[in-house]
Design a protein around this ligand. Structure first.
Ligand code: TYD
Ligand code: MG
Length: 454
């Protein structure tokens, strides 16, 4: 008889305690410890008798197989994956409920099965009829897509070994369970164990597996970071309530760049790829209004023109409010301090709001210059020439620093009709091709404001 032990495991970080605690001592989450049962099978003895299956080998003798990738026929998804689906890889797609994870994967499967043959779609959440309704909406109808309603990992692997699909989808990893554990599906130990088994299966059979993962209120994939360590690639599917755009963002990728994004639009008949996101994000840009400027930002390998807006208004009472949406709040505070100290703008008694249009989130420092100009433009109530775009990092002493891939940014801007670029002198000096644009290099914030507002 295997011994069953009761443990309490934190559902946020996986910490194990022999007794219940109100707060996890490891990650600090409140009320996150849940009782789980764990069978103790003679692990140690099996460890001793275990023989290593692979022989040690010098690096120079390792044969490299040419990395084979399968195309999903969705250019955006392929790019985010690093150029297609890698054989034997495990990809985790996280996102809020209803954001379109199942839709994305069903469309990807439809693309894959056309070229490569059978795919297996395992759903623990929806019945086959529900998937059929979605497939009809997406005009997907193929006998190569095999549906399976199953929640036991052993059952899934068993079926997959018989069918031998080209790709497999598990929707979602929180609904599957492994028979070896007694705890409930969705608990940390189940999710981890199930994912590990699927990972093992993927590596052994060379079948790529897509796992759908739910996201907790805090935005992490539920059941939890341990899952992100196990898989090869982690993608987040994000969207903004009121917008129909969806952004697929790489968080981790063993087979490609880790800060790539793909942009989709949710329509009546599924997800459409957005080929030209810069145009989309600048579509409703107000011209000749103060507080708005366009930044040439870079998301992974792709340049993206985005509008930064700011509103500066007199504080009515008490503490001035500072709000930022889409850019780092502390970064905005820092840039406000630079404007006060280095340029002498009076922002102390002002409420300052900064927003990135289109529900985008930009993390790279090249957006600094845009924030500074948007704030100054709103404070002075002077519009920025709509043909100008900017990019550059701002340092604490007010200097403007060079950023990477200046030419790629300029090229993108010239494609959609911008005429003037303001950037750091460091960048402007090294530009070989200006794509017919007027380029101004600036040393510090004061020069920059002069170049934009003169
Ligand atoms: P779904 O893929 O079920 O989301 P998830 O698996 O991430 O929970 O997407 C559901 C949402 O997408 C739902 O609100 C309806 C919407 N939708 C469309 O707008 N158009 C479509 O063609 C489809 C299939 C769904
Ligand atoms: Mg779903």
């Amino acid at each position: 008889m295997p011994k069953v032990k009761t443990i309490f495991q934190c559902q946020a970080c996986g910490y194990i305690s022999p007794k219940w605690l109100g707060r996890c001592p490891d990650c600090g989450a409140w009320n996150s410890l849940v009782e789980e049962k764990r069978e103790i099978v003679g692990r140690q003895s099996s460890l001793i008798s275990c023989k290593s299956k692979s022989e040690p080998q010098p690096l120079s003798e390792v044969k490299r197989q040419s990395e084979q990738r399968m195309s999903t026929e969705m250019k955006e998804l392929d790019r985010v994956l690093g150029g297609g689906v890698v054989h034997g890889s495990v990809v985790l797609i996280g996102g809020d409920p209803g954001i379109g994870k199942s839709t994305l994967l069903l469309q990807a499967m439809a693309g894959l099965c056309k070229k490569y043959g059978k795919v297996l779609y395992v759903s623990g959440e929806e019945s086959s009829e529900q998937i059929k309704i979605r497939a009809d909406r997406l005009s997907v109808n193929s006998e190569e897509i095999i549906l399976l309603s199953e929640t036991s990992v052993e059952g899934i692997i068993n079926t997959a070994s018989k069918i031998i699909p080209k790709v497999m989808v598990i929707d979602s990893v929180q609904t599957v369970y492994t028979e070896g554990l007694v705890s409930a599906p969705g608990s940390v130990s189940q999710v981890r164990e199930a994912a590990a088994k699927l990972m093992f299966f993927a590596k052994k059979s060379d079948i790529p597996v897509f796992l759908v993962g739910h996201v907790t209120k805090e935005g992490a994939i539920a059941g939890p970071r341990v899952l992100e360590h196990i898989v090869d690639t982690v993608l987040y599917f994000e969207g903004n309530g009121g917008h129909s755009y969806r952004i697929l963002r790489t968080v981790k990728n063993r087979f490609g760049s880790a800060n790539e994004i793909g942009i989709f639009e949710m329509s009546d008949s599924g997800l459409l790829e957005v080929d030209n996101p810069s145009e989309l994000f600048l579509l409703e840009r107000p011209l000749n209004v103060s507080g708005s400027v366009v930044v040439a930002s870079l998301e992974g390998t792709r340049p993206l023109m985005v509008e930064i807006q700011s509103l500066v208004s007199q504080t009515n009472f008490g503490m001035p409010r500072r709000t930022s949406i889409g850019v780092d709040f502390n970064r905005v505070n820092l840039l406000v301090a630079v404007l006060e100290k280095r340029v002498g703008l009076h922002l102390g008694g002002m409420d300052i709001f900064v927003n990135v249009v289109g529900g985008l989130r930009i993390i790279e420092p090249a957006v600094d210059l845009g924030i500074i100009i948007a704030i100054s433009s709103s404070l002075k109530d002077t519009p920025v020439d709509p043909k100008i775009f900017v990019f550059g990092e701002v340092g604490l002493s007010g200097e403007i620093r060079a950023v990477t891939q200046a030419e790629a940014r300029i090229k993108e801007a010239s494609k959609i009709g911008f005429k003037k670029a303001v950037m750091s002198a460091g960048n402007s000096e090294n530009i070989k091709n200006d794509f017919g644009l007027e380029i101004t290099g600036v040393q510090n914030v004061e020069d920059c404001l002069e170049a934009v507002f003169s």
